[in-house]
Design a binder for this molecule. Structure first.
Ligand SMILES: Cc1cc2nc3c(=O)[nH]c(=O)nc-3n(C[C@H](O)[C@H](O)[C@H](O)COP(=O)(O)OP(=O)(O)OC[C@H]3O[C@@H](n4cnc5c(N)ncnc54)[C@H](O)[C@@H]3O)c2cc1C
Length: 373
């Protein structure tokens, strides 16, 4: 068994772990990122819609709103600097009936509450000019929304980590940790079992973060995990639309909203769905529903010319949600454990990809301000 000393151990090489590693290694800190899989980014970071969100619907002053808006700016600059593929497609929120127009007003006013003043209404004929295939009564355009190559982003972050001397250790599951004499001893499994001594451990294990927190009893209050599966359909062939399209819903009416997102290969994806099934195994990406049959009526409402024979099943993601706290939608949570130097990241659901660079910097500053390293 090997023994290593570092400043920071990061559990999980998704986009969040890689971004955190980048900010620490850039400042000369000795970093090891542990990943249980054979490569980085095999969890939710490669099972999402790749949308760069504008930061519209999150509660004012929430971490989700702040880090999404800051992260979006950082992400566009980062993609330009390092030639990562992205496109500022813009997003259309659409009302397919007159009844849905108040929902558009709500979206625009929530955006303004969050400081986003660039959303604008488009009349029916203005939508036809930019998206001839879309049927709707009215729309709101969010011009700063876009799509990014999430794999390219992670590949670039990994390269920068390695250039800065950080190490990604794949097939290296976090097994356990003990806190003794102001140090953490981290036990790593896999073929080459290792013990790592470190001042700081950052639990960025996505869907496994809460399980790990419970295992080492990191916090006094650990939320309950509530993972939610999301399924996508892919349209094979050239996308008939160029904007991301989100249908609005009539408030109070329970129906499934099916989003459409053109990707960087000019293809189109629909979803993700919101599955109600209880998830006991977060590695289970099986599909237990006729998603095409379920999605079609919603898609046809705004894209009537869609050729349903071109719709095929695509990836499945599992949102690492936690149970509601005080009945409100939980924010991103970054919490120190009861023993010094353990930092938990919980509920890093959407807009985690958009916010990834802002989260990395935020976590770096949080640790720096603790004077632990
Ligand atoms: C369906 C869906 C759609 C989404 N769409 C968007 C979107 O359009 N835009 C957006 O901004 N965000 C989106 N998100 C959110 C975004 O994908 C996530 O917030 C982000 O990918 C979280 O990254 P992560 O690094 O925390 O998690 P992950 O990518 O899941 O990484 C966690 C890593 O930890 C590893 N790990 C787990 N346990 C251990 C262990 N014991 N030891 C070592 N390693 C371990 C895992 O293998 C994994 O690689 C979406 C999410 C989902 C599920």
């Amino acid at each position: 068994m090997k023994n290593t000393d570092v400043d920071v151990v990061i559990i999980g090489a998704g986009v969040i772990g890689l971004s955190i590693g980048y900010f620490f290694s850039k400042k000369g800190k000795k970093v090891i990122i542990l990943e249980k899989e054979k490569s980085f980014g095999m969890g939710n970071s490669s099972r999402n819609t790749e949308v760069i969100h504008a930061g519209i619907y999150y509660a004012k002053n929430s971490l989700k709103a702040k880090l999404c808006i800051d992260g979006k700016k950082k992400l566009y600059e980062f993609c330009e600097k390092y030639s990562i593929s992205f496109k500022r497609t813009g997003k259309l929120f659409i009302a397919t009936t007159k009844k849905e127009i108040p929902a558009l007003e709500k979206i625009k006013s929530q955006a303004e509450i969050n400081g986003l003043m660039d959303l604008k209404y488009l009349k029916k004929n203005e939508v036809k000019n930019v998206e001839p295939a879309i049927e709707c009564e009215m729309a709101v355009l969010s011009p700063s929304s876009g799509v990014v190559d999430s794999y390219g982003l992670m590949q670039c972050l990994l390269r920068l980590n390695e250039d800065n001397g950080a190490l990604l250790s794949t097939r290296s599951p976090f097994i356990d940790a003990e806190y003794k004499n102001n140090f953490w001893k981290v036990y790593v499994g896999g073929a080459n079992k290792t013990e790592i001594n470190t001042k700081v451990v950052i639990n960025a294990a996505g869907l496994n973060a809460i399980k790990i927190s419970n295992q080492i009893k990191s916090n006094k209050e650990i939320p309950l995990s509530n993972p939610v599966k999301g399924i996508y359909l892919r349209y094979s062939g050239k996308s008939p639309i160029s904007h991301i399209v989100y249908p609005s819903l009539v408030p109070g009416k329970i129906e499934e909203r099916v989003d459409a997102t053109p990707d960087l290969n000019k293809s189109l994806r629909f979803g993700p769905s919101v599955e109600k099934e209880e998830i006991t195994n977060t590695d289970d990406y099986s599909i237990n529903t006729d998603i095409k049959k379920r999605f079609l009526p919603s898609i046809k409402k705004y894209l009537p010319s869609i050729d349903e024979n071109r719709l095929t099943l695509d990836v499945v993601g599992i949102r690492p949600k936690i149970k509601k706290i005080n009945n409100s939608i939980p924010d991103f949570i970054f919490e120190w454990g009861k023993d010094e130097g353990w930092l938990d990241l919980w509920n890093i659901e959407s807009p985690g990809l958009t916010a990834s660079l802002a989260i990395g910097e935020h976590i770096y500053n949080k640790v720096k301000n603790s004077n632990l390293i």
